[in-house]
Design a protein around this ligand. Structure first.
Ligand SMILES: CC#C[C@H]1NC(N)=Nc2cc3[nH]c(NC)nc3cc21
Ligand SMILES: [Zn+2]
Length: 370
């Protein structure tokens, strides 16, 4: 199979685990954070810089590339790896979430979804078959099933019907996803209802996907509810397959997700807050335009080995941010992405050395959520 999971160490006290995921474009250690390159670019960061920071896999989006430049052009370029000159692994989301969160939704039928493009308002149609065709054109290593996104909150009957449709759509994806070099992950839905989550898990596990995502979380629900759903859902998933928590998240959510047995994460957070002039550190965030950094000639974070911390000071980056210099935002993106790679590496080491519990308590005690 195109995608395989190798368990390295299971934490004896929690669901946390360390592993390796093998793909046609290389293997990477888990738990892992995937930089988001929605439109075939991790904003402001080059493929070489992604390699230098240790990124093994990045995420891109079917919805966006389907609308612009269109998957035919990317196929003609030889696929997304060639088009963006990235030779590591790529995961593409299916459009299931973006069409609900970005598109001007027109109609949902059993066949698929009709919507207006958020770019030019033109009428578009996405379905399990179209999403799979686009992702085969893109040639991503991990393909996400086309799911129906349940908004939060949603009543039981709506969640039940929608989850049943997501299962039928997953079957249709499986039937047309014929590329031997691509692995199709099922997406567990079920809203915030434990019985529906269990049903969704059982129906998808029946189809024997090479990996599973927990969908329908990080959609505006309270964190406690997200953790409760995670706790209930992840333990029912196969231990020999990767688990991916979509759209998560901030460092505190990454620790809790790992504790519940999640292997893969993605979030726009590091590059988005970078563009808002904020640096991520082990003790919380630094808002760089604050006066406190005016004459602070230390690096963003002592001990960080990123390009920004090796070459520039907080004072210089504060100046760039206040002067609206693009280079300042690039430096913050490079630092924040490298911070997350270091963060996940430390967490993985703590699992291997059987001190994850200590890592988690230590981190949560010192991290001010500010
Ligand atoms: C409902 C549902 C659902 C999931 N379905 C697909 N295909 N992608 C997702 C991406 C997400 N990003 C975030 N938070 C930023 N939550 C997500 C959930 C999904
Ligand atoms: Zn740094």
């Amino acid at each position: 199979p195109a995608i395989t999971y190798e368990l390295i160490k299971q934490d004896p006290a929690t669901g946390a685990r360390a592993g390796i995921i093998h793909t046609p474009h290389g293997s990477f250690p888990t738990p892992i954070f995937m930089p988001v390159g929605t439109q075939a670019s991790v904003k402001g960061v080059s493929p070489e810089e992604l390699h230098d920071m240790g990124a093994g896999i990045i995420l891109s989006n079917t919805y966006h590339l389907f609308l612009r430049p269109g998957s035919d052009l990317v196929r003609e370029a030889g696929g997304l790896h060639k088009f963006m000159n990235w030779d590591g692994a790529i995961l593409t989301d299916s459009g299931g979430f973006q069409v609900f969160s970005l598109g001007d939704l027109r109609k949902i039928t059993e066949e698929g979804v009709t919507f207006r493009s958020h770019i030019d308002g033109s009428k578009k149609f996405l379905s399990p078959e179209v999403s799979m065709k686009v992702q085969m054109d893109l040639g991503s290593d991990i393909v996400m099933a086309f799911d129906e996104c349940i908004p939060y909150p949603a009543d039981y009957d709506y969640a039940k019907a929608s989850t049943a449709r997501t299962t039928r759509w997953a079957q249709r994806c499986k039937e047309v996803m014929t590329s031997p070099h691509q692995g199709l992950f099922g997406i567990v839905q079920g809203g915030m209802y434990k019985d529906l989550r269990t049903r969704s898990v059982n129906e998808l596990v029946e189809m024997d996907f090479p990996g599973y995502a927990v969908g329908g979380l990080s959609v505006g629900e309270p964190k406690e509810l997200m953790y409760e759903m995670l706790d209930h859902t992840v333990e029912q998933l196969p231990k020999d397959k990767p688990r991916y928590l979509m759209g998560v998240g901030t460092p505190d959510c990454l620790v809790e997700g790992v504790m519940h047995g999640i292997d893969m994460f993605d979030c726009v957070f590091p590059t988005r807050v970078a563009r808002n002039g904020t640096a991520m550190t082990w003790n919380g965030r630094l808002v760089m335009k604050n006066a406190e950094f005016t004459s602070d000639f230390r690096p963003l974070e002592e001990g960080c080995d990123c390009y920004a911390c090796r070459n520039f000071s907080r004072a210089y980056i504060r100046h760039l941010v206040r002067a609206n210099e693009i280079f300042g935002l690039r430096l913050l993106s490079l630092h924040n992405l490298r911070f997350l790679q270091r963060f996940m590496h430390e967490m993985r080491q703590s699992i291997i050395e059987e001190r994850f519990g200590e890592f988690r308590r230590n981190f949560l005690d010192n991290y001010n959520y500010g």
